[in-house]
Each structure stands twice: as C-alpha cells, then as structure tokens.
Design a protein around this ligand. Structure first.
Ligand SMILES: CC(C)(COP(=O)(O)OP(=O)(O)OC[C@H]1O[C@@H](n2cnc3c(N)ncnc32)[C@H](O)[C@@H]1OP(=O)(O)O)[C@@H](O)C(=O)NCCC(=O)NCCS
Length: 195
C-alpha cells in the first residue's frame, strides 16, 4: 500500500551483493559526506577540493532536470539496504549511443566486490535498457582497484593521456582510458549465443 511517509525509490537493477536505485533526496547528506572524504577523493579530479552542501543540492536538481545527459543511481547493499555509493552514466550521447561510466563508494564497503558488481549492473542497464553501443571510462593510473573493476567487467584500454593530473604522493599521473563495445558485452553475457 502507498505510504507517503516511506517512499521506496524505484530499483533499476539488482545483483547478488548490491542493487541500483533512483537517488533519494534524503540521502544527499551521506553523498555529501562521501564525496568530501579525503580518501574517496584521492584519485578523483579535484582531490584536494571539497563540495558544499548547496553544490550537492544543485547537482541533484541538475540530475532531476537532465536525465537525457546524466543518470546517476545509488548503490545499496542487498544484505542491509545500506548506502554504498553512487554509479552513473554521464555525457550520454544518443546520436552515437555512448556514455561515460563513473562511480565511487564509501570506504566501509571497499574490497568486497561491490563496485565490480555495480559496474556489471550499469553495463546491463546501458546496453539493454538504453540501447547504448559503447561505454567509456577513465582512471588515474595509481587507482589500481578502479582499473581492476573495469577490466573485470571486460573494459579494454583504449589509450593513455600522459601526466594529466597532479596527485599528492604520486606527482603528475597518467589518465588511462577504457571502453567496452556492445558486441564485447554481448559475448561476456552470452547474448545471441544460441544464434
Ligand atoms: C575504486 C573503487 C570504486 C573500488 O571499489 P571496490 O568495491 O573496493 O572494488 P571491488 O571490491 O569490486 O574490487 C575490485 C578489485 O580491486 C582490488 N582492490 C580493492 N582495493 C584495492 C587497493 N586499494 N589496491 C589494489 N587493489 C584493490 C580488489 O581486491 C579487487 O580485485 P580482485 O577481485 O582481484 O581481488 C573504490 O575504492 C572507490 O570508490 N574509490 C574512491 C572513488 C574512486 O576512486 N572512484 C573511481 C574513479 S576512476
């Protein structure tokens, strides 16, 4: 029965460890906390910066207004329905059927295979539900865990932009670009295998 005091955000995809759902506005404080965690930001584009709460609210409003270009979902744990992190499709290009995959999770959930599964779920959503043809992503070279997440999902290295970003402890680091073509994802999933 509809209960206006406890809205359940629509679920987009469910795996064994995590599920993806529409962002609940009430979760913006935990998103704000996560994105301002120094360790979470360590390999992101503005590692020494910070995000204001007002900026997070504007970011959310922008997502609400522009689902045609950016779709970001909460990653939640199947076991306890806890907020794990965010995963999204950005720069969605409908003409060329491409999108950029980005993600982050709270430290407490690192190393449990959660992001590997979350990326597999967003891949399925992008190729199955949105009819995408190619997904791209990029990682700063020292971010070994993120590289593993992409490679375990079949993403291939497409090139390296050299010395793109200054990171404390690493100096200027390379940005490695990855992509996954629809036909490769179909092979991984066994789509059309019977034909
Ligand atoms: C990078 C990140 C998404 C990885 O998420 P995760 O849920 O810990 O990843 P998984 O548990 O699925 O692990 C993927 C692989 O990386 C390995 N791994 C995890 N942390 C690692 C680390 N610090 N160093 C090396 N390998 C690591 C895991 O062991 C696993 O490999 P395996 O299956 O061979 O054992 C997470 O650490 C994160 O959100 N970091 C901050 C934000 C960020 O960097 N986002 C990505 C920007 S490109």
């Amino acid at each position: 029965m509809y209960n206006r005091f406890k809205l359940v955000p629509p679920v987009i995809a469910t795996g064994k460890k995590v599920f993806l759902c529409i962002i609940d506005k009430n979760d913006i404080p935990i998103i704000y906390e996560t994105i301002n965690d120094r360790e979470v930001r360590k390999f992101l584009r503005d590692p020494d910066g910070f995000n204001y709460m007002d900026g997070e609210l504007k970011w959310y409003e922008n997502l609400v207004d522009h689902p045609e270009t950016d779709r970001v979902f909460e990653i939640r744990s199947v076991q306890n329905d806890e907020f794990v992190g965010l995963i999204g499709l950005h720069k969605i290009d409908w003409k060329n059927s491409t999108a950029y995959v980005g993600y982050m999770s709270r430290k407490a959930f690192w190393g449990r295979g959660y992001m590997t599964e979350a990326v597999s779920l967003i891949d399925d959503y992008a190729f199955n539900d949105m009819g995408m043809r190619k997904l791209v992503s990029s990682v700063f070279e020292p971010n070994v865990a993120s590289i593993k997440v992409l490679e375990k999902n079949g993403f291939k290295r497409s090139g390296t932009f050299r010395e793109v970003q200054f990171l404390r402890d690493y100096g200027y680091v390379n940005e490695i670009h990855f992509d996954l073509l629809r036909k490769e994802w179909e092979t991984i999933r066994g789509v059309n295998a019977e034909k």
